[in-house]
Design a protein around this ligand. Sequence first.
Ligand code: DX5
Ligand code: ZN
Length: 222
Amino acid sequence: MVLVAPSILSADFASLLAEVRRMEQAGADWLHADVMDGHFVPNITMGPLVLEALKGKIKLFVDVHLMVEQPQNFLQPFSEAGAQLITVHAETCPHLHRVVQSIKKLGCQAGVALNPATPLSSLQYILEDLDLVLLMTVNPGFGGQEFIASVITKIRELAREKEQRDLSLKIQVDGGINAQTAPLVVEAGADVLVAGSALFGYGDPQKLIHAFKLLPQTEKNV
Ligand code: DX5
Ligand code: ZN
């Protein structure tokens, strides 16, 4: 079954804990925290304080997506705030291998994200070290953007590579995921779906999460 990771970027921050619990009750698996610095992306969101406030109060697996320059400076604070998986952007890391090892040393799972225009080949020599690859299906920076369909080919290529090299990493997709686009990415090989506006802006997120989980996975991602 695919895993569903609501992005709290689209939550009502005035009632954040209640919003996260609503997703837990609706059957979500992960909490996806979008961290933006106003440099790598043109928006500023949250720091470790926000996750610290939720720590010990929620059951979801905590997935932190760092859209920041110099991500190595923020690994420890997010790990201490409760992150269980930390994803950095390949575009921000000239020493990607070192950053991935630092994440693992903190006891977290390690993920690397690629913008829509960044080729998969940038990860060729590091795939074995990764727990997750995040293929962005929008340009990072904002919730509620339109899905970029050309990334489907990249998902399919990574799923093929994963199968051929017998890798256990998860393929996560993020941006514009909704009832229309989820079947396309799951068919291509995605196994973790991030969704912000579709889940938080929806009357009954349980229905949509349930529908995501019923999507048939290909052999590549089972
Ligand atoms: C985009 C963020 C996403 C975003 C997803 O930069 O990484 O996680 O919040 O939002 P939707 O699902 O609304 O595209
Ligand atoms: Zn994200």
